[in-house]
Design a protein around this ligand. Structure first.
Ligand SMILES: [Fe+2]
Length: 195
């Protein structure tokens, strides 16, 4: 087969190449993941959480934080940014940062840091690895979400089935990502509801 640029681009997606386009629609082998949390008109906005000590401004614009050969469990996290009335918000900014699989943040560079904007349907997706634990904390991904012209929501996302969720005082079950296993990677789903 000829190695066309298109084919190279697809192969470049590496571990996620098999079947992954948008986890929100195609991610789980058994079908789409149900949204979490379910949005209902008049319902609660996504909870705020502390930013912690490792946020850095000026992260690169990218949804792919995973790098070839990076250790850890690859994950594609996807979902929507919604208003309190459950309307998808296009052009909302999401800025993600997290520890690597060993629990280390990159504080000199921008490894495992990146920002992106929701598409016309209010969707985002993030390709990364499941973060490692560090003293006092269970696994978590930090994020700031800001609708166009709106206020910033700073929060953290958590993973189901983690024993350290119980001992981490910041953990909230409302901030759990819904996950499904795939061939070599995990599909995750989380929808943000913004005031
Ligand atoms: Fe953290």
């Amino acid at each position: 087969m000829t190695d066309t640029p298109t084919r190279r681009a697809v192969l470049g997606a590496g571990v996620f190449a098999a079947g992954s386009l948008f986890a929100i629609e195609y991610g789980a082998a058994e079908g789409p993941l149900p949204p979490t949390p379910a949005c209902h008109d008049g319902g609660e906005a996504t909870q705020q959480q502390t930013e912690g000590p490792y946020f850095k401004t000026s992260s690169p614009e990218r949804f792919e934080l995973y790098e070839e050969g990076m250790s850890g469990q690859p994950i594609e996290l996807a979902g929507l940014v919604l208003s309190r009335a459950c309307k998808p918000l296009a052009g909302a900014l999401l800025d993600f940062w997290q520890a690597d699989s060993k629990g280390q943040y990159d504080n000199s560079g921008f490894r495992l840091r990146g920002h992106q904007f929701t598409d016309a349907e209010g969707r985002y997706r993030l390709r990364s690895v499941v973060p490692g634990v560090y003293p006092g904390r269970t696994r978590h991904i930090h994020v700031k979400v800001q609708p166009s012209g709106g206020r910033v929501l700073t929060t953290q996302l958590y993973f189901p089935g983690e024993s350290k969720n119980r001992s981490d005082g910041l953990f909230r079950k409302e901030l759990l990502v819904r996950t499904a296993k795939n061939a070599g990677w995990i599909a995750g789903r989380f929808d943000f509801v913004i005031d």
